[in-house]
Design a protein around this ligand. Structure first.
Ligand SMILES: C[S@@+](CC[C@H](N)C(=O)[O-])C[C@H]1O[C@@H](n2cnc3c(N)ncnc32)[C@H](O)[C@@H]1O
Length: 290
């Protein structure tokens, strides 16, 4: 199984939604959305910044096309690096609950599936229950019946939950996801740190870290900038989490050896606006003490 096969499943669905919304203008609108996204990610530390609006299916298509394969691959690299350092399985039970915070676009769940497929019998998980928490409801459709569309040895049940971390009213009553064994936070801290004017975002992180079960692992991966690392290190430390793995501002390139031929049709349409390929990243693995 390749990352691109998995990405293609969501891209096709999103492209159809974008066609329904924009008709014959669709490719032009998507091209503009690719520009909108790169502009939006330029000034992530500014308190003045407007949250990115993923409400239009053309924006969601643009996001998945440009970022999901690379982000998914970076998460696979982090999981493999952590496994190598630990010298043992990460998914050590037959059924594993994974919560992907800001996981609507699918980079995180795709990464976990790819990692488990690469690891084969070296990991014990046979069934994944994946909570995809995200503030944008529009991502949900891509995950409905996802398990019907994929052929993997590991069974996966994605559960999409709309949750806005900047509005405590939307997350106070949601608790089930706290029972997860593994949490992923990929390019999410940088997305929401500037939305913390009322303090709800930081309260969310504290609720998560304090409410998670002993032994839970948190995989943080983000764009390398110090303010995000310092922010999440501070909160994790205040909640008593141990930092068991750390990388600071290191250049990553996707490790996929496979050809992205699955995406050829879209690459042709959006020539010159190809998926992201390299980035400076910081990573942490935090563990809740047993
Ligand atoms: C940059 S994307 C990261 C997606 C994915 N984890 C990845 O690595 O590609 C940020 C995600 O956060 C979601 N998001 C933005 N603000 C949010 C908020 N206040 N609460 C919950 N999700 C939010 C967006 O809908 C989007 O799916």
């Amino acid at each position: 199984m390749t990352i691109f096969e998995l990405v293609k499943l969501t891209l096709d669905e999103l492209y159809q939604d974008a066609v329904t919304e924009h008709g014959t203008e669709v490719d032009q609108v998507i091209t503009e959305c690719l520009g909108y996204l790169s502009d939006s990610y330029k000034d992530l530390t500014s308190d003045e910044r407007e949250p990115v609006n993923y409400g239009d299916p053309a924006v969601r298509f643009a996001y998945v096309f440009r970022y999901v394969a690379a982000h998914g691959d970076y998460i696979v690299q982090l999981l493999k690096a952590f496994r190598a350092e630990m010298g043992g399985a990460i998914f050590s039970e037959p059924t594993v609950r994974v919560t992907c915070i800001g996981g609507g676009p699918g980079s995180d769940v795709i990464a976990v599936l790819k990692y488990l497929s690469d690891m084969g019998k070296h990991e014990k998980a046979q069934k994944l229950i994946c909570y995809l928490l995200d503030g944008e409801q529009g991502w949900a459709d891509a995950w409905t019946e996802f398990d019907e569309k994929i052929q993997t040895d590991v069974k996966v049940s994605p559960v999409f939950q709309k949750l806005d971390v900047s509005d405590s009213g939307s997350w106070k009553s949601q608790k089930k996801f706290l029972q997860s064994d593994i949490f992923t936070m990929s390019y999410f801290v940088s997305e929401v740190m500037s939305q913390d004017a009322e303090g709800d975002v930081s309260d969310f992180w504290m609720k998560l870290f304090e409410g998670a079960k002993p032994g839970a692992l948190f995989f943080y991966i983000d764009n390398g900038a110090k303010p995000f690392n310092e922010y999440i290190d501070g909160l994790a430390g205040a909640a008593g989490l141990e930092t068991v793995f750390s990388i600071d501002n290191k250049r990553f390139t996707p490790s996929y050896s496979e050809q992205a031929s699955e995406l050829a049709e879209y690459r042709k349409k959006f020539d010159g606006l190809n998926p992201k390929i390299q980035a400076y990243l910081s990573c942490r693995v935090f563990r809740k003490p047993s």
